[in-house]
Design a protein around this ligand. Structure first.
Ligand SMILES: Nc1ncnc2c1ncn2[C@@H]1O[C@H](COP(=O)(O)OP(=O)(O)OP(=O)(O)O)[C@@H](O)[C@H]1O
Ligand SMILES: [Mg+2]
Length: 440
């Protein structure tokens, strides 16, 4: 059963156009085949027999006439009569004997002719349906010799059958063509909607879609457009709010910094200064993100060059980086945002490890970027939490390893905005492996 359904699934067309055409055409063809089969089963046999009986009757008439007028002179007018009015060419081989003839393959027409002759002619006869192209030859043993009758094949065929079949095939083809044109127009808006939704999911520019086609497709397109509007509004609202909050917090923070600077070196003041400096750092990070990459428009960019650039920058800051990229990957990207995401990951790696390996390659329908290091890694149960904003494993405020805890959150946000994702795992080199997947 399973095997059958699998085979059927593999054989059936996958596209909507193919399937709908099959739904229209299959019953049509079946109907025509069945009706044609039933019709011809009876019609073909009957017509063949009728036509054959007509010919056999004519031959019987000629034989009767020959028996009634046995004189040699009479044969002439009998033969002429047969030629003029019955389309039969008749000749008598005097004193001849019917030859033995091997059995010949018989179709419906030949069989009908044979049966009809057997009804009409009592003498032994042989029917040759093969030797001549457009004629049958019936040889009948008469007392005077062998009577040869040449019957044109067209007397035994009805061409209406072929005309009918041609019409049937012709109209089917026309219907198939018309159905294809109509269905293609129906499928087009669905395909367009799929492309638009796919692009939107990957954070790319959405080509213009407008509601068109059948009601359901229109509905889906309208719903998609409304959803896109809502999501875009939400994103911009979030970015606006974050940048607003960060911006507004800067003023009181600056005031606090001034006051701390004037407070001299009392107990606890230096701790407070570190805190304030950290808060300032966080706000700067947020603001930079909200102002810049959050609103960047996607454009066609070369991922290989982008990775090389980020790696070069990190090397300049003293990192040991191996970069291996499998090929030039050109795709729609927000280059500055993506650079920041990758840089965040490399920053992290360099903060905890000595050596970083970056590899990029194509996997099925995505580009995969692996960033491995030889540091301590992150325990498996913490790999989800580190993506949360402000979450840091090292909770000491050590400025050596200290960051704001936003790096991974921002990186994931950017990569998800491209329709991909970041996963953390264990690198074969012992440290952390960050796997960035970008759909092409
Ligand atoms: N390659 C790594 N190896 C070990 N631990 C890591 C690695 N990358 C991240 N972590 C851990 O995950 C935490 C969160 O990282 P994240 O990049 O979000 O923040 P951060 O690096 O502390 O600060 P920021 O990147 O904002 O300066 C880090 O504090 C660190 O404890
Ligand atoms: Mg970081």
């Amino acid at each position: 059963m399973g095997f059958l359904t699998d085979t059927a699934k593999r054989l059936l067309p996958r596209s909507l156009l193919g399937r709908s055409l099959m739904i229209i055409v299959t019953p049509l063809v079946l109907l025509q085949l069945v009706s044609a089969a039933i019709f011809y089963e009876s019609h073909w046999d009957k017509i063949s027999l009728r036509l054959a009986r007509g010919v056999a009757g004519d031959i019987g008439t000629v034989i009767s006439l020959l028996r009634q007028f046995p004189d040699a002179e009479d044969r002439n007018w009998i033969f002429r009569l047969a030629a003029d009015h019955m389309e039969l060419t008749v000749a008598l081989q005097e004193k001849a004997i019917l030859p033995n003839q091997p059995a010949q393959p018989r179709g419906v027409t030949e069989q009908a002719m044979d049966d009809a002759l057997r009804e009409q002619v009592t003498q032994p006869f042989v029917l040759d349906t093969e030797s001549l192209d457009r004629f049958y030859v019936a040889s009948i043993q008469l007392p005077a010799g062998v009577l040869e009758v040449i019957v044109p094949r067209k007397r035994l065929f009805s061409s209406t059958v072929y005309v009918f079949v041609l019409w049937m095939i012709g109209t089917s083809m026309i219907l198939f063509g018309v159905a294809t044109i109509f269905m293609r127009n129906q499928v087009k808006p669905i395909r367009r909607l799929a492309v638009a939704a796919d692009n939107f999911g990957k954070g790319r520019e959405v080509v213009r879609v407008k509601p068109e086609g059948a009601t359901e497709v229109r509905q889906a397109t309208t719903a998609f457009l409304a959803m896109r509007e809502r999501i875009q509004r939400q994103i911009s609202q979030r970015t606006d709010m974050l940048s607003g909050v960060s911006h507004d917090l800067r003023t009181p923070l600056t005031r606090m910094k001034l006051q701390l600077a004037m407070s001299g070196d009392a107990d606890g003041i230096s701790d407070l200064r570190t805190d304030v400096a950290e808060m300032e750092h966080m706000l700067e990070g947020y603001l930079a993100f909200a102002r810049g990459e959050g609103t960047e428009q996607p454009r066609l960019a070369n991922l290989t060059d982008l990775l090389a650039e980020v790696a070069e920058q990190a090397r300049r800051n003293g990192g040991q980086i191996d970069l291996h990229c499998e090929g030039p990957f050109t795709m729609p990207l927000r280059p500055n945002a993506l650079k920041r995401a990758i840089a965040n990951l490399i920053d992290n790696a360099l903060r905890y490890a000595e050596h970083v390996w970056i590899r990029a390659g194509r996997r099925a329908d995505a580009i995969e970027i692996l960033i491995d290091d030889d540091g301590p890694g992150i325990p498996a149960d913490k790999r989800d939490e580190v993506f949360k904003p402000f979450f840091r494993l090292d909770s000491s405020r050590n400025p050596e390893t200290g960051g704001s805890g936003l790096g991974l959150a921002i990186a994931r946000d950017i990569v998800r905005g491209h329709g991909g994702d970041i996963e953390l795992g264990e690198a074969p080199t012992g440290g952390l492996r960050a796997r960035v997947r970008l759909p092409v």
